[in-house]
Design a protein around this ligand. Structure first.
Ligand code: DMJ
Length: 635
């Protein structure tokens, strides 16, 4: 054991020092403006190839079998892929199909069915899909309002969620993993659930509470997070699986990927969307622990939550959302390095395998597949949004090429069973249309004209973990919070006088821009007299600009970078959330400039594969014997 640990330490030291990424050394010509437009249009065609394939061959079953052109029920048997696709249809401006889909769902869907479903998957895919579509269909400001729409999807969303409430009746507040929509929790239901399963409900449940004025949904989801967080280790880490009755961790591997990933994501996003500072406090502590114990720059490992001993030196593809989350949190520099490392795995295989062993520098045994996951593309979108570095468009072109040449199949896009052999499997997860294609399209649209609901719409949007658009409307988000943290749209009279603001600074978390007294209970009516586009007075520089990252004046030497008006004014382009202090921000900016963080400055390729593999031979045996169990735990 001692030997294994010292070997691993040596290995991690090596990758730390060398900051290695895999690289084929081939540099393709950068994406040119006209090509960005072509790629955006190609992604649109990709969406319709898969969406039409689903509608023609699988609907109303849950998901498409794109190779055999059939359908299958995989969740509850309620047209899952259609629900998951609704807001992508709206984003693409497809009024006709958005309208007919919403109308069909409103008339035909029902949840009083004898089906046992995953609380997590049902929440993020079905509830999230219904809520985002409801918020688009019911609102003139989105440009996609459906005149005949009469809250049908909201009614369905509430009905569905009430049917999931029995799952929360546990001593810890952490819900069972599954619930029967007609009969509640089966007496034989497993008491073990994943951290992501219990901690990824706050956005959807919170939005539902605020739309229905019934706090119960928001409360149970928050209790679940508290139940998980109360059981964190002394290092501030959470494990992967927990018993919802005893609160004992049954799987103590702490990581940012499999079984835990979106727990972290929803801490930050719940704070941003719902304005509840408790989530910010938890996020800050949780994030600090991750960066201290799991981050082996540029990679992340899994460790025992109590001892921090490394148990898994593996990149798993679910980790790839992390750089995107870091952009949202304002921690862009490590995000850039990590994205480069993760993307180097994609470049090596044409896809990211579910697991890539950092010790052997090879695909992890039993984790060879690429099930059309969006995470790396999602982070690419966020990093392009924050930096406008054209390397992210180049990455986007690689994603498109891989999907088109490797995954496209007769009626849609196929999972890849083995990234080394590029063998196709007859399955298409609904998140391909909810997320993968959505983030790709947004990436290229950002380079072309940004004229879309998310980047140029009436509200700021938070993406759910399933990529669903949740707007910061006055009803959902606290008006004053929105003003303070996002800066772009302020309700009139929503800001405090500067003096009052300064008096409150005693309550600040060091290094974080928070306004702890700036909270209104969400039922308290707030005098919103209308929205004005502009800057709220009395805010700090960083708050005014809603920046997460100040770009160096010049991010690239290349002439062929797509430009738009925003790019000429780099300081005002990013609208991400500020969670770093202004001082830190300025310092980071300077450091970024000094270190030349641009497309020219990727970490150099230095692979020490042979020696690291030799040094970690014993550990590998252990890892391989664990790999089969983890494959099943993915979300
Ligand atoms: C999606 O359902 C969500 O992104 C979830 O958070 C993780 N798994 C898939 C995508 O990989």
């Amino acid at each position: 054991m001692m030997l294994m640990e010292s070997n691993l330490r040596w290995f991690l030291y090596t990758i730390l020092i060398l900051g290695f990424v895999l690289d084929d050394g081939v540099v393709a010509e950068g994406v040119k403006p006209h090509e960005a437009k072509q790629l955006r249009d190609e992604v649109r065609e990709m969406f319709y190839h898969a969406f039409d394939g689903y509608m023609n061959n699988a609907f109303p079953l849950d998901e498409l079998k794109p190779l055999s052109c059939q359908g299958e029920d995989t969740l509850g048997g309620y047209a899952l892929t259609l629900i998951d696709s609704l807001d992508t249809l709206a984003l693409l401006g497809d009024r006709e199909r958005f309208t007919s889909s919403v109308e069909w769902i409103g008339k035909n869907l029902q949840f009083n069915i004898n089906k046992t479903v995953s609380v997590f998957e049902t929440t993020i895919r079905v509830l999230g899909g219904l809520l985002s579509a409801h918020l688009i269909a019911s609102d003139y400001a989105t440009g996609m309002r459906i005149p005949s729409y009469d809250n049908e999807l909201l009614v369905l969303a509430e009905d569905l969620t009430r049917r999931m409430l029995p799952a929360f009746d546990t001593p810890t507040g952490i819900p069972f993993g599954s619930v029967n929509l007609m009969y509640g929790v089966d007496k034989h239901e497993s008491k073990i659930t994943s951290t992501a399963g219990g901690g990824t409900l706050t956005l959807e449940f919170g939005v539902l509470s605020r739309l229905t004025n019934d706090p119960v949904f928001e409360q149970v989801a928050k209790n679940a997070v508290r139940g998980l967080w109360a059981r964190r280790s002394t290092l501030g880490l959470v494990g992967a699986h927990i018993n919802v009755f005893t609160g004992e961790w049954t799987q103590k591997d702490a990581g940012i990927g499999t079984s835990i990933d979106s727990f972290y994501e929803y801490l930050l996003k719940a704070y941003i969307l719902l304005g509840d500072e408790e989530y910010l406090y938890i996020f800050q502590e949780a994030y600090g622990s991750v960066m201290q114990y799991l981050h082996k720059d540029p990679w992340y490992v899994e460790v025992n939550m109590d001892s921090a001993a490394i148990v898994w030196p593996v990149f798993n593809s679910l980790q790839a959302f992390w750089p995107g989350l870091q952009v949202l949190a304002g921690d862009v520099e490590p995000a850039i390095r990590t994205h480069t490392a993760f993307f180097s795995v994609w470049k090596r295989y044409g896809f990211t395998p579910e697991g890539f062993n950092l010790a052997t520098l090879s695909v992890q045994y039993g984790q060879k597949s690429y099930p059309l996951r969006p995470e790396l593309i999602e982070s690419t979108y966020w990093l392009y949004k924050a930096t406008r570095d054209p390397r992210y468009l180049d990455a986007g072109r690689d994603f498109v090429a891989s999907l088109q040449y490797g995954a496209k199949c007769p009626c849609g896009y196929c999972h890849i069973t083995d990234v080394e052999l590029h063998k196709q499997e007859d399955h298409m997860e609904s998140f391909f249309l909810a997320e993968t294609v959505k983030y790709l399209w947004l990436l290229f649209d950002l380079a072309v004209d940004s004229d879309n609901l998310v980047d140029n719409g009436p509200y700021k949007y938070v993406f759910s973990t399933e990529g669903h658009l949740l707007p910061l409307t006055p009803q959902i988000s606290l008006a004053r919070e929105r003003c303070s943290y996002l800066g772009g749209y302020c309700p009139r009279n929503a800001t405090k006088p500067r003096q009052e603001e300064e008096n409150n600074n005693n309550d600040r978390v060091p290094g974080i821009e928070t306004h702890s007294n700036n909270i209104y209970p969400y039922h308290e009516s707030f005098p919103v007299t209308g929205l004005i586009k502009g800057i709220c007075p009395g805010l700090t520089h960083a708050q005014k600009y809603g920046l997460s990252y100040v770009l160096p004046e010049k991010t690239t030497d290349r002439e062929d970078v797509p430009t738009n008006n925003d790019q000429a004014k780099p300081v005002t382009t990013s609208r991400s959330i500020v969670l770093v202090s202004e001082q830190t921000l300025n310092k980071r900016s300077q450091v970024g400039e000094e270190e030349g963080l641009s497309s020219q400055s990727e970490p150099t390729m230095t692979i020490s594969g042979a020696s690291s593999s030799d040094q970690t031979g014993q550990e590998l045996t252990l890892l391989e014997s664990k790999s089969d169990t983890t494959e099943d735990q993915r979300s």
